[in-house]
Every structure is written in C-alpha cells, then in structure tokens.
Design a protein around this ligand. Structure first.
Ligand SMILES: [Zn+2]
Length: 120
C-alpha cells in the first residue's frame, strides 16, 4: 500500500513504528519471563528424560528445557507485542513521516485520494 503525504503529495513516506518496536521489545521480555517460568515444566520433563542418560543427562535436559521455553516464550511474546504495537502505530499515533517535507501524519489523514494532488 502506497501512502502519500497529505501536505506535499510526495510518495516518499517512511513509517516510524515507535509503538511497534517498543511493544515488540516489551512483549519479548514478558514472553521470555513467562516462557522461562513455564519452562520449569519443560526443565522437569527434560530432567526426567535426561535421567535415562544418567545425572549429566538430567542437567543438560533441564537446561535445554528452560532455554527452549524462554526462547519460544520470547518469540511468541515479541510477535504478539509487534502486532499490538502495529495497531497502536496505525490507529493512534502519527505513524507516517514524509521524507520530502518531514510532515507527520496518521493513517486517516493518508487516505486522501492521491489524485487530488494532481488535479488541484
Ligand atoms: Zn510532504
């Protein structure tokens, strides 16, 4: 989708994505913490499975379970945060900035039909 600057009509538009980046980071941290907490189960399962291979297997299994849990949680949280932040960016913040005249505008403003700029 191409946006045009409501002020000068330029199509050199950049997205700021402030909320997206912030929410992604927050979501990733929250997800990693939640994932690590949930990974206790994963660590226990890993430890039990690792017991078959002896005590060193239990340690490796436990650590692997915790890491996998944190990674999955972090990735899921980050993805969820990014989606949420994108909604905030697009609907609440002035997410677009014109590279020609540095005018910031939001989604609603950018939905002005592009032809208007050529006709007037
Ligand atoms: Zn402009």
């Amino acid at each position: 989708m191409t946006y045009r600057c409501p002020r000068c009509g330029s199509d050199r538009i950049a997205t700021k994505g402030y909320a997206r980046r912030a929410a992604c980071a927050v979501g990733m941290i929250a997800g990693a913490v939640g994932g690590a907490a949930g990974a206790t189960t994963g660590a226990e399962l890993g430890a039990v499975a690792g017991l078959v291979a002896g005590p060193p297997g239990a340690v490796v299994g436990g650590v692997a379970g915790a890491i996998v849990g944190a990674l999955f949680g972090g990735a899921a949280g980050g993805a969820a945060g990014a989606v949420l932040g994108e909604v905030v960016d697009e609907n609440i913040l002035d997410n677009f900035v014109c590279l020609s005249c540095e005018f910031s505008f939001g989604k609603t403003n950018s939905e002005v039909p592009a032809q208007e700029f050529y006709e007037s």
